[in-house]
Design a protein around this ligand. Structure first.
Ligand code: BTN
Length: 261
């Protein structure tokens, strides 16, 4: 079934008093909503680009983000930060916003995986790709979010990907408008305090929702090295805390996977 285009009037109703903070543009098809928002250098804070189809959706570390039209909500939000120093932990704070929004929609079991995944059990429900651009007035952050509404048949998923969708846990899927409005409201409620106080304001809440607390994990770095340890959660600046053979290490980048117990 082809996806219905997003009803922007309905979205404005659902956003209520916050509607004036967003400028929403819905596209039938684009390479990537993040790439397009990065190209729109004059776009103001609060610009939102939603795409029914992305032809080159991007994930972290150069990976593709794949979704069939209608089976995922894919959008990017532009936000401005005056102080670039505050930005570490932004993807974690965005994860907290997504988890809060999902709770409002009846999904209480979403958990967070460092640095940017939202999981249901051990399956990936949503991902966040944040890209930063400095200009004369501070930092523009393009916050790209993809959430699976339904999954394709298992054989169509990339090998090794454990995925999850809203349809796994909700008897009735929220409309795209309700899902997007709930997310944008939750994002505003997180990004405003984040701009003043940074991730420290959300550290405890992230920790409560931590998917892999005290579980054995391996971190893979860009240069091919890896580190095994027990995942302890996150520090106030968003660093991952890993207890390994040499004590507790603070890690700022890398790819996390579970080690078999
Ligand atoms: C990840 O899990 O690695 C991040 C996935 C982010 C996907 C979203 S979909 C909307 C936005 N546009 C993109 O090209 N990527 C992000």
């Amino acid at each position: 079934m082809p996806p219905m285009p997003l009803d922007t009037h309905r979205l404005v109703d659902l956003l209520g008093p916050l509607a004036g903070r967003f400028d929403v543009d819905c596209l039938a098809s684009i390479d990537s909503t993040n790439s397009e928002l990065l190209r729109r250098a004059a776009a103001p804070a609060g610009s939102v680009l939603v795409a029914e189809r992305q032809t080159a959706g991007r994930g972290r570390r150069g990976r593709p983000w794949l979704a069939q039209p209608g089976d995922a909500l894919t959008f990017s939000l532009l936000w401005r930060f005056a102080d670039p120093q505050i930005l570490s932990g932004l993807s974690l704070a965005v994860g907290v916003a997504i988890a809060r929004a999902l709770e409002k929609l009846g999904v209480s079991s979403a958990r967070l995986k460092w640095p940017n995944d939202i999981l249901l059990a051990d399956g990936k429900l949503a991902g966040v790709l944040i890209e930063l651009q400095a200009d004369g007035r501070g930092m523009r952050a393009v916050i790209g979010i993809g959430i699976n509404r339904r999954l394709p048949p298992a054989e169509a998923l990339p090998p090794g990907l454990v995925a999850a969708s809203l349809a796994d846990v909700l008897p009735e899927l929220p409309t795209q408008e309700l899902l997007l409005a709930t997310l944008l409201i939750a994002l505003t409620e997180v990004l405003d305090p984040f701009a003043r106080e940074g991730f420290a304001a959300f550290q405890d809440e992230w920790q409560i929702r931590h998917a892999w607390n005290k579980r054995p994990v391996r971190v893979l770095f860009d240069d091919g090295r890896s580190l095994a340890g027990t995942c302890l959660g996150v520090a106030a600046d968003g660093a991952l805390l890993l207890e390994g053979a040499h004590g507790i290490e603070r890690l700022l980048s890398g790819d996390l996977s579970l080690r078999p117990a």
